[in-house]
Every structure is written in C-alpha cells, then in structure tokens.
Write a protein that binds this ligand. Structure first.
Ligand code: NAP
Length: 319
C-alpha cells in the first residue's frame, strides 16, 4: 500500500511516499481502508521530533513512522476478537493514542478506537472531525465547565480546533466572542460567532472581569493577562501548549475563584458519538479549506505549517 513515511526527525523534507506492506489486524483490531485523513498540528510536532511526540516514535531516532491521526474509512478486515465490528462499517477514528499511521491506504486500530462516522458527512469531511472536534469539546465542556457558563471567548477561532469550538459553544447556546485575524473574520462570522474581534486591528485584551470562559488555541500571551479578563468564577483553558498556564494552573484557585487550566485530550468514543449527534442535527459542520491527494501530502503538511488554513486540511486517498 501507499503511505507517507519518515525515519528521521526534523523537517518536512524527510517525508516520502513509499510502498509499504499492508498491515494485518491483531486479535482485537480492525483494519480500516482509509478514504481520507485530516492533518493536525500534532502531525507536524511528530515529524519535527517534539519531545512529547518522541514517546510514540522513538526518543533519539524514529523507526519507519507513518504520521496521521485522524482518519475516515471503511472496515475491511477484523481480528477474531473484534466482536461487534463488521466488514463495510463506515467509521472515523483518532489514532493519537494508537501510534498514528493514518497517512496510508490502510491502518489497523483497536476496535475500541473506532466510531461510526456521521451519516450526513462524506469521508473527506468526516476525517476532519475526530481530534480537532474532541479537543474543542473536551476543552470547553470537561475542562472549561462550559455548561455552567453563558458566554465564552474563543481565540484562534478560524483554526482546526477553533472553528469547532465556536460551533460547539453555539450548540450549547453560549454567547461567543471569537478572536481571529482580519482575513478570517467573515469565515468566523459564518460559523455563528456573536462577536468577532480582528486581533491584528483591535486589542482583544482590553476588558477586565468580563469573560466567563476563555478557550485559547494559540496561547502566545501570558495566561496571567487573560486571568484579569475573567469574571469572578471564570476559567481560562489553554488548548495550545502554554508554559505560563502550566505555571499558573496550580495557584490559580488560591488567590481567587478564577481558574487557569491546561489539558491533553484523550480519544473518547462517547465524545465522538456526542459530536456526531451535533453534526447529524446540523449544528456543527467541519469546514474543509483544501483537499490534497496522497501524492501531494507533503505539500499539504507544508500548507498546514504555514497556518493559512481556514478550518481543516485533508488528504483524499481516492483522488
Ligand atoms: N490540548 C490538546 O489536547 C490539543 C489537541 C489538539 C490541538 N492542540 C493544540 O491546539 C493548537 C491549535 O491546533 P489547530 O489544529 O487548531 O491548529 P491550526 O488549525 O493550525 O490553527 C491555528 C490557528 O492559530 C491562529 N494563529 C495565531 N497566530 C498565528 C500566526 N502567527 N500565523 C498564523 N496563524 C496564527 C490562526 O487562527 P486565527 O486566524 O483565527 O487567529 C490559525 O488558524 C495547536 O497548538 C495544537 O497543538 C491541543
């Protein structure tokens, strides 16, 4: 089968498209014929050899690694213990805890990693959902206590995670202030945000004691500054890695009820089912910026690295 591989950390130049053996499912695994795979920042971190990613692929030097976290496709083979799975099931999955491998024509994953894909989405659209939407959902609901608030500020609202965060917050009837760059204002308005601030033109940090929940997918400004913008019982949730949030997090609740939170998502089938429900009701929809073929997947990763995408970038294995 065709796959995107690398065996040296560093730059995207180390990637190549190769013919590799088609994987066989272990006893509790299913094999997915991948129809589409979406790109995530975590793929770039793996390829570049960020320390936290080396746990997956090897501390000093990776083996031959296939990146790719988010896939949508069809179950085409099963191990004997993959009970309940059937040939032809249309599924999507987040492979971040299962060794990646999605940028290939086939991938094997534990049956517990798959969920039925939304009926009203194509494979290309479905592949855009798992990691980004789960990060938005878990960040807002589990870590951000969104259900106890009425308003939220979402920073980096046009990105993979951010564009789901806006829609998920609106699904729960929050008033959403979205922060984005000027070129993405119209896109973010189209997601349903109530207010959109172009942060390259207007200071989005000029309000004190104002926001109940701030969800930050960029985290390039100190969490301490965002803390001032929170209401008395407000929460700041850093989705992107934020050293200042990590430092502030333990002391956040001592001086006041304002909290600073960081989190790492865990793939969760129940959360994917909840997200599927929102999608099938028409309240949430992935936005696809660009679709590439597997032959052009290195160019696709370069495009993601340039941070120009509105929503998600996808590799369509069928094209
Ligand atoms: N905690 C977790 O478990 C978890 C899970 C998934 C992802 N993440 C992290 O969340 C972050 C966002 O991920 P993502 O997949 O949404 O990334 P993405 O699709 O690349 O989006 C990032 C967004 O950042 C904004 N941005 C800020 N400064 C920028 C600049 N100088 N140039 C270009 N864009 C800039 C842009 O949005 P605007 O134009 O709207 O500002 C851009 O769309 C990443 O750091 C990722 O590692 C964390």
């Amino acid at each position: 089968m065709k796959a995107v591989v690398f065996d040296k950390y560093g730059s995207l130049e180390n990637l190549r498209i190769e013919e590799v053996p088609k994987p066989e499912p272990k006893s509790d695994e299913v094999r997915i014929k991948v129809h589409a795979a979406s790109l995530n920042s975590a793929d770039l971190q793996l390829i570049r050899g960020k320390l936290s990613s080396r746990v997956i692929a090897g501390l000093l030097k990776p083996g031959k690694v296939i990146p790719g976290i988010d896939v949508a496709g069809m179950v085409d083979a099963m191990g004997p213990d993959a009970i309940g799975c059937q040939w032809g099931q249309e599924v999507y999955a987040d492979l971040s805890e299962y060794g990646y491998g999605g940028f290939a024509e086939y991938v094997c994953v534990p049956k517990s990693a798959i969920a039925m894909k939304p009926k009203n989405l194509s494979y290309v659209e479905s592949s855009a959902v798992p990691m980004a939407a789960t990060a938005a959902f878990q960040g807002l609901v589990d870590h951000g206590s969104m259900l106890s608030y009425r308003s939220a500020m979402i920073i980096g609202a046009s990105g993979g995670v951010g564009h789901f965060a806006v829609q998920i917050a609106k699904n729960y009837d929050l008033q959403v202030t979205a922060v984005t760059r000027t070129e993405n204002v119209d896109f973010v308005k189209s997601l349903g945000a109530d207010y959109v601030i172009a942060s390259d033109q207007v200071d989005h940090m000029n309000k004190r004691d104002h926001y109940e929940l701030i969800f930050d997918t960029i985290a390039d400004i100190s969490a301490r500054k965002y803390r001032k913008m929170l209401t008395r019982d407000g929460k700041y949730v850093a989705c992107a890695f934020s050293p200042s949030a990590v430092l502030q997090s333990p002391i956040g609740g001592i001086l006041s009820n304002k909290r600073i939170v960081t989190f790492g998502l865990h793939p969760d089938m129940d959360d994917l089912a909840t997200i599927r429900n929102m999608i099938e009701k028409g309240n949430v929809r992935p936005r696809i910026d660009k679709v590439f073929s597997i032959e052009d997947s290195i160019e696709a990763l370069r495009y993601l690295a340039d941070r120009k995408a509105q929503g998600k970038v996808v590799i369509n294995m069928e094209s």
